[in-house]
Ligand binder design. Structure first.
Ligand SMILES: [Zn+2]
Length: 355
């Protein structure tokens, strides 16, 4: 009898075990990648600037094509072959599709903060690694029995983790030269840790995205977390350095990383057909020669974009929907995908962008 009672007691809990059908979500952010390159590919005047491109001829061979449609395909083939055909994209201003940050700073930490908390706090205006005092949607996921202990973050830049960290959140995260945090320590993860130790700290508080990619994809395979935020940063760093060819290479490499992550998940029965992929950015950058900068005084750097793919997402391609959309709506979108009861601080419910 006791055993029966125990089984009856455990049954609801067993439903939460690994074989369940609750949604899985992979969030990928690409720091400071402009909508201009996402939707139109390389920009000719920037591509031809010998001060900002080491080898113009070679870079043109890689990324220059005669039409924007061909250029964007050359730059981000996974986005345009897969996301555009099976998912949806918002933010092509040339088609009147507008998305932007709601904060006035147009810099990273306030962008990630509004993305995860669904609110704009005017006092959050810097990039320092300070815990975010506000409730965030991943914290709510991590407190939900369906996702508890199954929310993980890997980021390149140190401050990203603090967008989702406060006293209560306890979301495992690894950023900026920290080792992997997988529960299952595979030989690959140990090797990547070792390689990270040997890397020069080129950007100080940000490691190269190749490490973020390796940690993320290997942790997805080994641990099967239900929710992962992968935060890439190379594009923003190379842009600040005014190296347009490196910036394009980073966009192209990130596209390939996303392709690998998507294919790894969709060939794993834990994720296959159960996973939604949300890809977005934290801010835009200036137009033309202002491309390297972003911030409150850089016109156009409020512009953001968003892509959705996978479970529950209709194949709408480039969609106008009913914008303008705001980056703070990403929190509501995450809540919708994960079926969470999430109300941002202050009580203002925002509309999810999709589904
Ligand atoms: Zn930046």
């Amino acid at each position: 009898m006791k055993r029966l009672i125990l089984i009856l007691f455990l049954m609801p809990l067993m439903a939460f075990a690994k074989g369940d059908d609750f949604p899985r979500l992979v969030i990928i952010t690409i720091d400071g990648l402009r909508w201009q390159e996402v939707f139109s590919g390389a920009e000719e005047s920037l591509l031809s600037n010998t001060k900002e491109v080491r080898n113009v001829e070679q870079t043109r061979r890689l990324y220059w094509r005669h039409t924007p449609v061909d250029r964007r395909m050359a730059l981000m083939p996974f986005v345009w072959n897969t996301v555009a055909k099976q998912g949806m994209l918002i933010g092509n201003r040339n088609l009147g599709s507008v998305m932007q940050v709601a904060n006035k700073t147009n810099i990273s930490f306030p962008g990630y903060s509004e993305m995860m908390t669904g609110i704009v706090d005017e006092d959050i205006k810097g990039n320092d690694p300070i815990p975010n005092p506000h409730l965030n949607v991943l914290e709510v996921a991590n407190q939900d029995l369906r996702y508890k202990g199954s929310v993980v973050m890997y980021g390149s830049w140190k401050s990203t983790r603090y967008a989702i960290h406060n006293e209560e959140a306890h979301i495992p995260a690894s950023v900026s030269y920290e080792k992997n945090i997988a529960k299952t320590q595979t030989p690959v993860l140990k090797m990547v840790d070792r390689m990270m130790e040997g890397m020069p700290h080129y950007w100080g508080s940000e490691h190269f995205d190749a490490f973020t990619y390796a940690y993320a994809i290997e942790t997805l395979k080994a641990d099967h977390p239900k929710v992962m935020w992968i935060s890439f940063g190379d594009c923003d760093e190379w842009a600040h350095a005014r190296k347009y060819d490196f910036y394009l290479d980073a966009a192209n490499a990130t596209d390939a990383f996303i392709s690998d992550i998507y294919n790894a998940c969709e060939s794993d029965k834990f994720y296959k057909g159960k996973t939604t992929y949300l890809i977005t950015c934290d801010h835009g950058r200036g137009d033309g020669d202002q491309w390297a900068s972003h911030g409150s005084s850089t016109k156009g750097s409020e512009a953001t974009w968003l892509m959705l793919l996978g479970k529950g997402i209709e194949p709408k391609g480039e969609t106008l929907n009913n914008g303008p959309f705001f980056t703070k709506q990403v929190a509501a979108t995450i809540a919708r995908i994960l079926d969470l009861d999430f109300t941002p601080e202050g009580g203002a419910q925002l509309l999810p962008i999709a589904p």
